[in-house]
Write a protein that binds this ligand. Structure first.
Ligand SMILES: Nc1ncnc2c1ncn2[C@@H]1O[C@H](COP(=O)(O)OP(=O)(O)OP(=O)(O)O)[C@@H](O)[C@H]1O
Ligand code: NI
Length: 427
């Protein structure tokens, strides 16, 4: 029944900075199935946002996608582009990276939408929320009125004005129908008194309400794939839970696919069907919720789970994974397991860069760690000071990480932000 809507192959995104080349995302593969919520979790700086922005074509200089393919399944798009870009088409899929920027821009809002942590950046303070939503609806109407002309869907976006994504000076083109649709959208995302609220300006909205309005804006184009990058971290706990519920409901109603980025494992446990754990620009473990929470193999996953607060033993305090997030500067990276210098089970085998191994559990469970196939062997362990500096944690560093995912929250996320009421709705 399920079919994948997005296949990312071998994606690498680099930033060419004055300090050197930053390997933000390296040879990343992703498969996202239609209608699922796919979560990406990882510490700060692991490449989550750059992955999302690569899919959205929002990487700007000095950043560049240096390799890869992003195959998107959409028969209409195949028809649109196969004349001009025969090599970009394979069956029902189109390789987005083989299309021009104009064509890719035309997909934003209509095929892919993105919501951000900070809703203020998505709204123009000088226009009412209703006007901006209506404009987003107009863009969609123009697109469907003229599906063959990617030009009609093209607007001058850069990351900056994407963030102001619905703003055109030409409100006179906004029809009554679009205005009505804007009000419907406000209602859809649970904004009370939508008719009145539509006439208000962004600053008249609370943070949670503006977050809802941003979701409405993202839904205006009826996207296939909604990318939500830390959509709730800026909000207080109760509002976070409400926004997550809203996303869940909207997903169920519309059947859209969601790529959800978070450093909060509680959010993952509550929302997602599949998870990718990112570290140093790579997915190091992926699979279903059960694979990752209950059957994880990678010591980094274990560390992430272990760094969720243990209320009884540690007074609810986070136990961060010892050591530092690695530098992604090319000249400071070695071609080994990127986690080895923080890993309590690092062995000689880890000095070679591990491939993704099939791991026990579901068909989707894959782990970039030799422990998938090799037992930890103390006689081959790397000396504690092998990587210099601070010693690595010992092999028993992570006490039983526990499979109780209800209380989980992510590392790098103090103070604790329980987004979930006790009893997460996943087994
Ligand atoms: N414009 C840029 N110029 C240079 N380096 C960048 C730029 N944007 C991102 N990077 C680097 O790419 C790496 C990955 O960043 P990214 O924002 O994807 O991390 P993240 O996982 O989303 O982290 P966070 O949880 O803090 O949002 C980081 O090392 C970051 O410094
Ligand atoms: Ni980010």
């Amino acid at each position: 029944m399920t079919e994948d809507v997005l296949r990312v192959n071998d994606l690498s995104t680099r930033f060419f900075t004055t300090e050197g080349q930053v390997n933000a995302v390296s040879n990343l593969d992703l498969r996202i199935e239609r209608g699922e919520i796919f979560g990406i979790v990882g510490e700060s700086g692991s490449g989550k946002s750059v992955t999302a922005r690569s899919v959205m074509n929002l990487i700007e200089s000095p950043g560049e996608i240096t390799s890869g393919e992003i195959w998107y399944r959409n028969r209409d798009l195949v028809e649109d582009v196969e004349g001009d870009y025969p090599d970009a088409v394979d069956g029902e899929f189109v390789d987005l990276l083989a299309l021009s920027d104009d064509v890719r821009r035309s997909l934003r809002g209509t095929s892919f939408s993105m919501i951000f942590q900070d809703p203020e950046s998505s709204f123009n303070p000088t226009l009412t929320v209703g006007e901006q939503l209506a404009e987003a609806v107009e863009v969609q109407r123009r697109a469907s009125a003229n599906p063959r002309s990617t030009r009609a869907r093209t607007r001058e976006y850069s990351l900056g004005n994407y963030l102001l994504s619905t703003v055109l000076p030409s409100q006179r083109y906004v029809s009554e129908a679009s205005h009505e649709r804007a009000i419907e959208l406000l209602e859809l995302v649970g904004i009370p008194d939508p008719v009145e609220r539509a006439d208000e300006y962004p600053h008249e909205y609370s943070g949670g309400m503006l977050q809802r309005a941003m979701i409405a804006q993202a839904l205006a184009g009826e996207p296939d794939l909604l990318i939500a990058d830390e959509p709730t971290t800026a909000l207080d706990v109760t509002i976070q839970a409400q926004i997550l519920d809203l996303l869940d409901e909207l997903q169920a109603e519309t059947g859209m696919t969601i790529l959800l980025i978070t450093h909060n494992l509680g959010v993952i446990a509550r929302m997602c069907d599949q998870v990718g754990v990112m570290y140093a620009g790579e997915i190091v473990e992926r699979g279903t919720l059960e694979d990752v929470f209950d059957g994880h193999v990678h010591p980094y996953t274990e560390g992430l789970l272990g760094s969720v607060p243990d209320l009884e033993r540690a007074g609810g305090r986070l136990q961060p994974i010892p050591g530092n997030v690695p530098s992604l500067l090319d000249h400071e990276m070695d071609d080994r397991c990127q986690f080895a210098d923080r890993c309590p089970k690092a062995m000689e085998d880890c000095l070679e860069h591990p491939p993704e191994f099939d791991a026990p559990g579901s068909d989707h469970h894959e782990v970039r760690c030799v422990l998938t196939e090799t037992e930890y062997d103390e006689s081959r362990a790397l000396p504690a000071d092998y990587f210099g500096g601070k010693e690595r944690p010992t092999a028993d560093a992570y006490a039983d990480p526990g499979t109780d995912i209800d209380e989980s929250t992510g590392p790098g996320n103090p103070p604790r932000q329980p987004v979930d009421e006790p009893g997460g709705d996943r087994p």
